[in-house]
Design a protein around this ligand. Structure first.
Ligand code: COA
Length: 687
């Protein structure tokens, strides 16, 4: 039973019960309608208390149903009946009251929540608008301005914060108990929200909201549609507003953007340890070797999760640098209000900085984040093996080096796993767990356990140059450099990719991370690079000129005064020069062509990664590209996007480009396979 009905004197308790989070599906809607029938039939009910069983009130409409036709009873009809019921309904909220859950609460006459409840209308994050009265009832309750602040951004509030703006009437530790005690006479006088006006707001308020949505949720439809609906609530009769909201919701839920966002939502939740891995307990003490930017970020992420951390550095200066790096993050977190003074102190107390491996003797896990050189790594692991317990798991954060070769330094290489974090490590959600040839299931399981504790999205990768993400990134940059050399500029490329939905283009992003890292990689790859593959020398020229990115004040762009980027004609000239030396007649690519080339280059590489078994599924590629590399979430990740293009079109595009350069654009056999069999990339599995 997904709705429990319990009568206690003249009080009826209606309890939403569909574990784990009471997502509102067909059975629950039907159960609520039955409860309404029963309440009306009984005739003498004084109040109805609506609550949720388990850990939430209700997490919203069951998004699993969004792919099929809506089946009555529909949620807006349920909430409408609750709102118009002669007996007042009280929402007693603990845990999440999100989306449809919050809309049920808005239909109630009175709302009581625990201070730590989470309330809001996050529908836009799934590519839809609220579909059961949220855009019409919320402005009537808290005003247009506040509704505009919440709904188009999908913001959620704690029970306490919701109380401050009047979204919740009372905060109490025991909302059901409080609802039982609420004065009956007063309750009878509470007005349903549809009887109220939405209030007024000037046209500029809506324009400002639209500008903000365009800036912050660039390319997405749902936020703008939500703003239109909130605007309509001001002038349209309630019933008309509801009808428009419903029509918008139904249209959007089948849209490409909503499908893509649902795909990522469920893929993120499906990313957890496979059932056949052993269950392992995460050790409470973790060693981190290296306190540079990456090591300090990893250490802080571990401290944030309540773990004890020992950072090992090579000398006293290194220790001081590491301390300063961690302190910088603690300060920034405090300034942003993410932690308070006590939280900062707790993190400092749980941190030890040392040059002595013996100080990490009790650690059950070590993560190496030292300099990216094989010899350095091998020395670190030999020292870790000597100092830590024999069953401790040893992890490397290497981005490019061969994990199997690193493991050669160990007497027992089955203890070694790659844990590839992304900078800034305490913020970025992706964790690539790299499985070496010898990596044990226990080491892999520990990687998953760590990801869970750190609330990161784990994806398993096999060993290759760059694993999943950096390997795709290398192709993305190569395609960008080729387009640049053959006829474009970095700023045209960046603009094309920002229009696609990236927060910044490949050149601006590289200026941020520094051009020297990729340069060092190219030198490492010199000996093994396919001589038939075209090599674009512009990035090397940049490094020769000392243009390493923001840190040197200039990279692909110049950064006079340290901040705002400025296009640099010297950089544009480099391409003219190199093209001239290479005898190339440059072509003027438009933004569509630039995007076409960069995206196809990435898809082709990702397909090879799948064909080689480096990544398991297309959904894994989607998670890597969205959570590690800024691929627009609302496009569902690289391979989901590839599926919206279709395998045949992708193959066709590559085949055309291959006429220009058969080596760089050779279609992956995986794409040929999907096109031949007429299947989606997401359904393809390695034989
Ligand atoms: N529809 C369908 N399933 C949902 C769901 C929804 N709206 N919300 C959560 N679930 C499922 C998850 O897929 C997960 O399923 P699994 O156990 O099979 O993997 C399970 O409920 C638990 O969710 P999870 O996110 O892992 O738990 P949590 O405690 O970390 O977070 C919430 C709980 C409610 C905060 C979070 O699930 C959430 O934000 N849900 C979506 C809310 C939303 O956007 N609602 C509007 C819908 S239009």
């Amino acid at each position: 039973m997904s709705v429990e009905y319990r009568r206690d004197g003249r009080v009826v308790h209606v309890v939403l019960n569909a574990p784990p989070v009471n997502a509102i599906g067909h059975a629950m809607r039907a159960g609520l309608m039955d409860a309404l029938d029963r309440i009306e039939a009984e005739g003498d009910v004084e109040r109805v208390i609506l609550s949720g069983a388990g850990r939430a009130f209700a997490a919203g409409a069951d998004a699993r149903e969004f792919d099929s036709d809506p089946e009555p009873p529909h949620l807006p009809d349920v909430s409408d009946r609750i709102a118009r019921c002669d007996v007042p309904w009280i929402a007693a909220i603990h845990g999440a009251a999100l989306g449809g859950g919050a809309e049920l609460a808005l239909a109630c006459r009175y709302r009581i929540a625990r201070a730590d409840a989470v309330i809001g209308l996050p529908e836009v994050t799934l590519g839809v608008v609220p579909g059961a009265g949220g855009t019409q009832r919320l402005p009537r309750l808290i005003g247009i301005d506040r509704a505009l602040d919440l709904i188009p951004a999908g913001k959620t509030l704690s029970g306490r914060a919701a109380r401050e703006i009047g979204l919740i009437d009372e905060v109490d530790d025991d909302p059901v108990g409080f609802a039982e005690m609420t004065n009956a006479e007063w309750l009878g006088m509470a007005v349903p929200l549809h009887e109220l006006n939405s209030g007024e707001a000037a046209p500029e308020v809506f324009e400002a909201a639209r500008a903000q949505a365009r800036a912050k949720m660039c390319g997405q439809d749902a936020p703008l549609r939500a703003i239109n609906l909130i605007e309509r609530s001001m002038t349209a009769p309630f019933e008309d507003g509801m009808a428009e909201e419903r029509a918008t919701f139904l249209a959007l839920r089948q849209s490409d953007q909503a499908r893509a966002l649902r795909h990522i939502f469920f893929a993120e939740r499906a990313a957890k340890a496979p059932a056949d891995l052993p269950r392992v307990d995460l050790p409470e003490h973790v060693a981190v070797v290296g306190g540079g930017t990456m090591g300090a970020g990893i250490a802080y992420a571990l401290l944030n999760a309540g773990l004890r951390v020992t950072v090992i550095e090579t000398d006293a200066d290194g220790v001081e640098r590491a301390r300063a790096n961690v302190e910088k993050i603690i300060d920034a977190s405090q300034r942003r209000g993410l932690i308070d003074e006590a939280g900062a102190a707790a993190r400092r107390n749980a941190l030890t900085l040392t040059t002595d491996y013996a100080d990490a003797a009790g650690a059950g896990l070590a993560i190496e984040a030292a300099f990216e050189a094989m010899e350095v790594k091998r020395q670190v692991f030999a020292a870790l093996e000597a100092a830590l317990p024999a069953d401790a798991i040893l992890a490397s954060n290497t981005s490019y080096l061969d994990l199997n070769e690193v493991g050669g330094a160990l007497a027992d290489p089955s203890r070694l796993v790659g844990l590839h974090f992304f900078a800034p490590a305490h913020i970025m959600k992706l964790l690539e767990i790299v499985r070496g040839a010898e990596t044990s299931d226990r080491a892999l399981a520990l990687g998953f356990a760590l990801a869970k504790r750190l609330r990161k999205v784990p994806v398993v990768a096999g060993v290759c140059d760059g694993f999943i993400g950096n390997r795709i990134l290398a192709r993305y940059r190569e395609a960008a450099d080729t387009v640049f050399m053959d006829g474009s500029t970095p700023w045209e490329v960046d603009e094309a990719m920002v229009e696609f939905g990236y927060a910044m283009g490949p050149y601006e992003a590289q200026d941020l991370s520094g051009l020297d890292i990729a340069h060092a990689n190219r030198r490492r790859q010199d000996a093994t690079r396919d001589p038939a593959r075209r090599y674009i020398p512009i990035a090397d020229r940049m490094v020769e000129l000392g243009k390493l990115g923001r840190k040197t004040g200039a990279g692909w762009y110049r950064y006079p005064g340290g901040n705002g980027k400025v296009e640099d004609p010297i950089v544009a000239d480099l391409a003219l020069e190199e093209a001239h030396f290479a005898g190339i007649t440059r072509t003027d690519y438009d933004a569509d062509e630039i995007r076409h080339r960069l995206i196809l280059a990435m898809i082709n590489e990702a397909a090879d990664i799948l064909a080689e078994g480096i990544a398991e599924t297309a959904a894994d590629i989607d998670l890597v590209t969205v959570f590690g590399y800024g691929f627009p979430r609302w496009r569902g990740g690289l391979m989901h996007h590839a599926d919206t293009l279709g395998a045949a079109a992708v193959l066709d595009g590559l085949a055309t480009l291959a006429k220009e350069d058969p080596v760089a654009w050779r279609p992956s056999p995986m794409i040929e396979d999907c096109a031949r069999r007429g299947i989606r990339f997401s359904d393809w599995r390695r034989a």
